[in-house]
Design a binder for this molecule. Structure first.
Ligand SMILES: [Zn+2]
Length: 322
């Protein structure tokens, strides 16, 4: 499944090729691939003004006030063709431009969608996305707040698109390896320095992957039907050994394969560190409560002494026992 770096690679490619091009037609080759959310049956899109990425979504903004939202899902590909060629076997939709070039939406498993909205319409799927991991807003404080009270393993939390938009299985495995964090640790048990490492490594891994045009494990292709190269730089995903020569373990987490190094990403040292700090926090909380109780008691006794001294009309600094 294309993740943020692959989708960004596609957006970068499209930006070079189709910005400013007039869309002549959008033909659907398989029912339910193109979904028209506007009331216009055959919208006149005009030219492509800009192309954006949000999470794993691609958005074309057109000059006649439309937004075309594309989600590639599992196996979707966008292939740009200049000359008349035979359409790929799993062509689901084709954009035709006024210069004769075409953008083919090919999708073996047919989960991908092309959705048409008016520019001012809200796109629910995009509204529900969490923040972009390469933005400044993705920082230690943000993640710390998101992880408060979350029992789910960190692996699942990073895959949750409403927390961070654009991460998938491959990159989460790589990020956690580089941050030396066991994928099974609960979000709420992470130490501040671990959250800081996750933020840092997320940005590093994603930027490196974009630089190498994404990862091709099975069928990711850029718009010129070429593979990415980041698969050559993966450290744990589908590997037998980590770069330090330790054996990689493969487990299932919510149905998806997690690859990690039990030696580089230890759970015991972290958890003992976590539990120690948790215990000392509890102890200090208890002693705070005790001192609070002590304060209350001394406050009560000083009030009592005030009352009793008023009663007897004698000024006395000492608490009076009853
Ligand atoms: Zn290792």
């Amino acid at each position: 499944m294309p993740e943020l770096p692959e989708v960004q690679t596609i957006v970068n490619g499209l930006t070079k090729k189709i910005i400013g091009k007039q869309i002549l037609f959008l033909k659907e080759f398989r029912r339910n691939t193109v979904i028209n959310h506007t009331e216009i049956n055959s919208p006149n899109f005009g030219k492509i003004v800009s192309i954006l990425r949000r999470g794993k979504y691609i958005v074309f903004v057109t000059s006649n006030g439309f937004k075309i939202v594309i989600h590639l899902r599992m196996t979707g590909k966008l292939i740009y063709v200049v000359t008349e060629t035979e359409l790929p076997a799993h062509t689901r939709a084709v954009f035709g431009f006024s210069d004769g070039s075409e953008l083919v939406f090919d999708d073996t498993r047919a989960f991908g969608k092309v959705e048409i909205y008016k520019e001012e319409e809200t796109v629910r799927a995009l509204e529900n996305l969490g923040i972009e991991p390469l933005s400044e807003n993705f920082n230690e404080n943000y993640l710390k707040n998101m992880f408060v009270g979350r029992k789910s393993p960190i692996k699942n939390l990073l895959l949750n698109q409403s927390i961070v938009a654009g991460l998938g299985n491959i990159y989460v495995c790589e990020i956690l390896y580089r941050a030396e964090i066991n994928p099974q640790v609960s979000g709420k048990n992470l130490l501040p320095q671990q959250i800081r490492k996750i933020v840092k490594q997320t940005k590093i891994v994603l930027k490196e992957a974009i630089l190498h045009n994404g990862t091709t494990i099975s069928d990711f292709r850029n718009i010129e039907d070429k593979t990415g190269e980041f698969q050559n730089f993966l450290r744990v995903y589908q590997k037998k050994e980590c770069p330090k020569g330790h054996q990689i373990r493969k487990i299932k987490q919510t149905g998806r394969s997690t690859y990690f190094c039990p030696k580089c990403q230890r759970i015991d040292s972290q958890q003992s560190a976590v539990s120690k700090s948790a215990i000392s926090n509890q102890q200090s909380a208890v002693s705070n409560q005790q001192s609070a109780v002590g304060n209350q008691q001394s406050e009560i006794s000083s009030r009592q002494s005030e009352v009793s001294s008023r009663r007897v009309g004698v000024s006395s600094g000492q608490p009076v026992k009853e």
